[in-house]
Design a protein around this ligand. Structure first.
Ligand code: PEP
Ligand code: MN
Length: 336
């Protein structure tokens, strides 16, 4: 981090600042030029808030030269992190697909979805029991009963399950859930992230609707810094001026994140578009852009779905998507 001082900064105040920074364990490099005087900070500057320095009357500007995320940073961890659960793995050349209904509705619905997505080659069953909905009048999930139905489908098919936690209040119900999903709307629920850092389950962290990649990585940092290294990132579309699709899939986020971080990156083409016919082309694009997996909504009868029917694939449509994805994975040298 570089602190540029104002021209007329009094020496005593500059010394005081340097002393404070050194007391925080940082090395300082003072350099007085003809026109500009700067203090270079060396060490772990992740605990320094640039705005606090900027607020001092002797400071002109503050520039970060390294990223504030350390544990998620590819620079300090060159090898890909591989998150493995059962037979499915994400990252380091491994590609897995999570599929199932948006929300768990009935035993028949979820077990039928589980059977079909497994047969098509998915490694995980998804299903929401706690649903964050824009409207309080919409179906908000079967809650505890939904988790029970997922566990039954897991028992019947052997597929590990992925479900969204919307409040820490319910965390005990997730004891047998294999991957805990943090939804887009909770990406910056920092208390929840910190708590999930203390649990030893993989976390699927979805990008917030208007979150930058750095903000996504800072959220991952909350989980990693608690001691949980099993974080999977998910690009699920961001909000833009375009209204033809539900969101805009940020395809460049995939290779960009792969450069910024060692964590696996998966793509959700269902929420990204909101339109079932767009799921296959974007799933293919995600593989080509370097994704480590996909999460796709599949419902035995999308027209009857209580949530997100328009973007849900029928099991037959999902078979078709998986055929394409398998071919592309082979081409990309990914192990599905
Ligand atoms: C979901 O996966 O069902 C979901 C609600 O996704 P998102 O948080 O990305 O909107
Ligand atoms: Mn959904």
């Amino acid at each position: 981090m570089i602190v540029v001082l104002k021209q007329n900064a009094p020496a005593a105040k500059v010394e005081e600042l340097i002393g404070n920074l050194q007391n925080r364990g940082l090395k300082t490099n003072y350099s007085q030029g003809e026109h500009t005087t700067i203090i270079g900070l060396i060490g772990d500057t992740s605990q320094v808030n640039p705005d606090d320095l900027q607020a001092l009357d002797i400071v002109e500007t503050v520039k970060r030269v390294s990223e504030p995320y350390k544990l998620a940073n590819r620079k300090f961890h060159a090898d890909d992190t591989v998150v493995q659960v059962g037979d499915g793995a994400f990252g380091g050349g491994h590609f897995s697909v999570i599929a199932g209904p948006c929300s768990v509705e009935t035993e028949e619905q979820v077990t039928e979805a589980a059977r079909r997505v497994k047969a098509a080659g998915a490694s995980f069953l998804r299903g929401g029991a706690f649903k964050p909905r824009t409207s309080p009048y919409a179906f908000r999930g079967l809650k505890a009963e939904g988790i029970e139905l997922l566990l039954e489908a897991k028992k019947e098919t052997g597929l590990p399950i992925v479900s969204e936690l919307t409040s820490l209040e319910n965390i005990d119900l997730f004891a047998d859930v294999d991957i805990i999903q943090v939804g887009a709307r909770n990406m910056q629920n920092f208390d929840m992230l910190a708590e999930l850092g203390r649990c030893n389950k993989p976390i699927l962290l979805k990008r917030g609707l208007s979150a930058t990649l750095q903000e996504l990585l800072m959220s991952a940092e909350y989980i990693l810094s608690g001691g949980n290294s099993q974080v999977i990132l998910c690009e699920r579309g961001i909000r833009t001026f375009e209204t033809a699709t539900r969101n805009t899939l940020d395809l460049s986020a995939i290779p960009m994140l792969k450069q910024m971080t060692h964590l696996p990156v998966i793509v959700d083409p269902s929420h990204a578009t909101g339109i079932s016919s767009l799921v296959e082309p974007l799933a293919k694009a995600a593989v080509a852009a370097g994704a480590d997996g996909l999460i796709i909504e599949v419902h035995p009868h999308p027209e009857k779905a209580l949530c997100d029917g328009a973007q849900s694939l029928t099991p037959d449509q999902f078979d078709h998507v998986m055929d394409s994805v398998k071919k592309l994975c082979e081409l990309e040298g990914k192990q599905l």
